[in-house]
Design a protein around this ligand. Structure first.
Ligand code: NAD
Length: 512
């Protein structure tokens, strides 16, 4: 095993120095990567490097998988075969430790991602704690079923953990995605090799300190910090990983499925992107209410949300009033330091992503859309952080790329429609199917729309309301499988059927 690495001191965006582990978390130790390589960690609000963590390759993934396998199979004290209630108790203990350190963890998250500190504290980490407690509760409630449908045969099914699960998470909600992934996988008895995104390793590293402190058996959770095409690919490639759960972009999701097919047919679940329609009817409660939700729908986390309401479809009768209200809100955005209480929005997460978002703003303009609000590069004005103001496109041509591609930033289009049928057709005119929303005070219309929209979530008179207690995931090319609620448990379970002869069923070949 490579040598143990000491934690390093990172100065957070609020000026506070904090010790954070920088090694690969394998077998409950933070160890150097086999290659000894390091990767820089940036503060997106300043564009400056604030430290380094170790960088994993395939060799480190292999060590982590071996640790996870041993923790799964070792003996009856190991994770896979432990008393289920004990698993729940450990998940609760982890939630308690995270809660006791919520301020520091939220400060780490705000520094690493660029999101506002107040959001990281009251939304992201409140969610992490609640999610872990929710799945702690499930740990001893996963039972089987009986299928007594054949005379003389007692048949039952039992649910068993899949084994060693690889989990690959993105940078927009690093801590929340960590909890969405480890919560159900641990509650069901799997062991884990999880990889954080290259730009946001810090909150996961710090939470692994608490995994050790809580008393999880060594090897139950292993964290890899590294690049996607090396360390992430190595997880997908590994012959002893039984399942990969991935959240990220479509092209990488496809690659993971392809790799699973070429290696050991590991189970694959995917949470991918979206181009979600937010549909506002003339009979919505008010133009102002719909505009406020639409604003939250696209500006939450600076638009870096897979469910972002990036295609607003508004009925002609309310369109002018809605657009006026919505534009006013988009212009009110106050970009600034994520730790400054007066900031309403922070920077994008990385310079690579900044260039991507700016590129889409340019594309939309070249395609001829109008821009009542147009994304402005604020990097110079705001001290080098990856700040960009929001963009609203109107009069967008139907075949334009800006309507079909996910931007993953504060960029939104507004289209108008006349009839309900037109709204449904336009809402479903996408390869994605992650989320959607309908604003109307007509309940029958809402019910019709809820049936007609091809998406994993349809919000009614609300937007961006994902909750750990409600299934979440995509139709079409937005993914495979569901996270959250009881649905996520089945991403991590195999069903075993036991078919038992009650003593009098004779073989078809029994002598007559
Ligand atoms: P990405 O797919 O490039 O990266 C996501 C993760 O995959 C990272 O940890 C990365 O290191 C890893 N990765 C990259 N290449 C890999 C490979 N070849 N093999 C294995 N792992 C690899 O995506 P991104 O640009 O970091 O994130 C933005 C995308 O994620 C958007 O499209 C967004 O919609 C999607 N997303 C979806 C959800 C959801 O729940 N549906 C949530 C957040 C983000």
């Amino acid at each position: 095993m490579p040598k143990i690495l000491e934690s390093a001191t990172f100065t957070l965006g609020n000026g506070k120095p904090v010790k954070i582990p920088i090694g690969q978390f394998i077998n409950n130790e933070f160890v150097d990567s086999v290659s000894g390589k390091r990767m820089d960690v940036y503060n997106p609000a300043t564009g400056k490097v604030i430290g380094q963590v170790s960088e994993a390759d395939a060799a480190d993934v292999d060590l982590a998988v071996k640790a996870a396998r041993a923790a799964y199979e070792k003996d009856n004290r190991s994770w896979g075969f432990m008393q289920h209630g004990r698993r729940g108790a450990l998940l609760n203990k982890l939630a308690d430790l995270i809660e006791a350190n919520q301020e520091e963890l939220a400060a780490i998250e705000a520094t690493d991602t660029g999101k506002l500190y107040k959001d990281a504290y009251s939304k992201d980490f409140a969610g992490v704690i609640a999610t872990l407690r929710y799945y702690a509760g499930w740990a001893d409630k996963i039972t089987g079923k009986t299928y007594n449908v054949i005379p003389g045969i007692h048949a039952y099914s039992k649910y068993e953990p899949i084994g060693v699960c690889g989990q690959i998470i993105p940078w927009n909600f690093p801590a929340a995605m960590f909890s969405w992934k480890i919560g159900p996988a641990l509650a069901t008895g799997n062991t884990i090799v999880i990889k954080s995104a290259e730009t946001t390793p810090l909150s996961a590293l710090k939470m692994c300190e608490y995994i050790k402190e809580a008393g999880f058996p060594p090897g139950t959770v292993n964290l890899i910090t590294g690049l996607g095409y090396t360390a992430g690919q190595a997880i997908a490639d590994h012959m002893d990983v039984d399942k990969v759960a991935f959240t990220g972009s479509g092209p990488v999701g496809r690659k993971i499925m392809e790799t699973a097919a070429k290696t050991n047919l590991k189970r694959v679940t995917l949470e991918l992107g979206g181009k979600s329609p937010n549909i506002i009817f003339d009979d919505a409660k008010s133009a102002k209410d719909a505009a406020e939700w639409a604003f939250f729908g696209i500006q939450m986390n600076m638009g870096q949300v897979c469910t972002a309401g990036s295609r607003i479809l508004v009925q002609e009768g309310i369109a002018d009033e809605f657009t006026k209200e919505f534009v006013k809100l988009m212009e009110s955005v106050k970009l600034g330091d994520p730790f400054d209480d007066s900031s309403t929005h922070g920077p994008l997460n990385s310079s690579v992503h900044f260039d991507r978002v700016q590129g889409w703003v340019e594309t939309g303009r070249k395609e001829g859309a109008d821009t009542p609000v147009c994304g402005k590069d604020m990097r110079k004005e705001l001290g080098g952080g990856y700040f960009i103001t929001p963009t609203v496109f109107t009069n967008v041509k139907k075949d334009s790329q800006i309507l079909s591609n996910e931007v993953f930033g504060p960029v939104v289009s507004i289209q108008t429609f006349k009839t309900e049928a037109e709204a449904i057709a336009e809402a479903n005119r996408t390869t994605y199917g992650l989320a959607s929303a309908v604003f109307s005070s007509n309940n029958e219309r809402l019910l019709r729309m809820n049936e007609a929209i091809r998406a994993g979530t349809v919000w009614n008179n609300v937007y961006n309301f994902a909750h750990f207690g409600v299934p979440f995931g995509g139709y079409k090319q937005s993914g495979i499988g569901r996270e959250n609620a009881d649905a996520a448990l089945f991403n991590y379970l195999e069903t075993k059927s036991v078919v038992a002869n009650m003593g009098y069923v004779r073989s078809p070949y029994a002598s007559l």
